[in-house]
Design a protein around this ligand. Structure first.
Ligand code: NAD
Length: 354
């Protein structure tokens, strides 16, 4: 493959999450075959920007061939990159992504797109203005189990969707700049949008800040979607058990997705219940329960983050619109902001009652 086609990718932020991108980019990404490209993959780790000296030093030790900068503005000026991955805290996304797009590079920004709807919309507008790719790291859309559930819903295997519930709990990591809602729920809200193809028409949110004032550690959100579909999202970083589970209940079948299971992530239950007319009765109905087989489908074991990165590179090369586009990012931030308003309104009314 011609050297000129190899995309030079810069990484901004080498904290907890950034190193995963560095590993993938510096590993097989440069020689692996991209799913949607006719030729071998075309991306390599060219540079990193990280203001924390010890982390930058760790990056330099691990990736001596890449350039290292304390300031991402210098990476944009001198790093000679075509694209960047922004893996910095949410509170920095607006400023960092804006500068990157204005510098003419393609951007994959970690979730959530930004910390407010106004900032997210400004970035989506800038994407259109600059003609660069702006993709959001809604990683679960690249998870083979989540893709499989999308297929089951679209093909009617589950029947009509009745309700879904998400549990994303564990002990930490406790963040400084956002609460548990903004940290964890973007995953669930992005899956809901992907599966249902719509945004919530209403929601109720309740939470509590136990560790730090005004930073909710535990949040429960109940959402209503068109066609009477209900969803519930429970997030917490103050929980003894790490749970990453989703249940989707349809009127024909039900699915449970356990992302912590190493191999059996999905179980499809042929279970359901109906009211049927009682034989010989007049306007009488009995509940009939169906308790059938449980199927554990075989799934692709590829790492979702690698799939996401390859999709980003593919979108840059082919001009395709990302599955996790800036508009999807805005939609998710709208749900987060709405839920946040509900949390604050509920806590002020509780104070009013005290
Ligand atoms: N998709 C996922 O599953 C997933 C998982 C974890 C984190 N994330 C997201 O990744 C992002 C980063 O999370 P994290 O856990 O790595 O946080 P972190 O705080 O551990 O790391 C962020 C790093 O960015 C650096 N940084 C801050 N400002 C910077 C700037 N202006 N320029 C360059 N670097 C800067 C910090 O020094 C730090 O090293 C967040 O948006 C988070 O939501 C996503």
């Amino acid at each position: 493959m011609a050297e000129s086609r190899q995309l030079r990718v810069g990484l901004i932020g080498f904290g907890l999450w950034g190193p995963h991108y560095a590993r993938i980019l510096a590993g097989t990404m440069g020689s692996a075959r991209l799913a949607a490209c006719a030729e071998p993959a075309a991306a390599r780790l060219a540079a990193c920007a990280e203001p924390a000296a010890a982390r930058l030093a760790a990056f330099e030790r691990q990736y001596p061939a890449a350039r290292a900068y304390a300031d991402y503005n210098r990476l944009l000026r001198d790093g000679d990159v075509d694209a960047v991955i922004v893996a910095t805290p949410t509170s920095t996304h607006r400023e960092v992504v804006e500068r990157c797009l204005k510098a003419g590079v393609h951007v994959l920004v970690e979730k959530p797109l930004a910390g407010t709807v106004a900032d997210a919309e400004a970035l989506a507008a800038l994407e259109k203005e600059t003609g660069r790719v702006l993709m959001v790291g809604h990683t679960f859309l690249f998870n083979s189990a989540v893709r499989a559930i999308k297929g089951y819903i679209d093909d009617g295997l589950l029947g009509e969707i009745r309700y879904l519930y998400f549990t994303r709990t564990g002990l930490g990591p406790i963040r400084q700049d956002v609460n548990a809602l903004w940290d964890l729920a973007p995953h669930d809200f992005s899956m809901l949008r992907y599966w249902l193809g719509s945004d919530p028409i209403d929601l109720v949110a309740r939470g509590q800040s136990f560790l730090k004032p005004d930073t909710e550690d535990v949040v429960f959100v109940t959402l209503s979607y068109p066609d009477r579909v209900l969803a519930s999202v429970h997030v917490s970083w103050l929980d003894p058990v790490k749970v990453r589970s989703v249940t989707v209940v349809g009127d024909r079948k039900m699915v449970v997705f356990d992302d912590t299971h190493p191999t059996e992530k999905l179980r499809i239950y042929d279970k359901g219940a109906d009211y049927q007319p009682r034989e010989g009765g007049f306007a009488e109905f009995i509940a009939a329960v169906r308790d059938g087989d449980i199927v554990i489908p075989r799934l692709d074991q590829r790492e979702p983050l690698r799939e996401q990165l390859e999709h980003f590179v593919d979108c840059i090369i082919t001009g395709r619109r990302p599955i996790a586009s800036a508009d999807d990012g805005v939609a998710v931030v709208k749900v987060l902001e709405r839920a946040q308003r509900e949390l604050r309104a509920a806590s002020s009314s509780r104070l009013g009652m005290a």
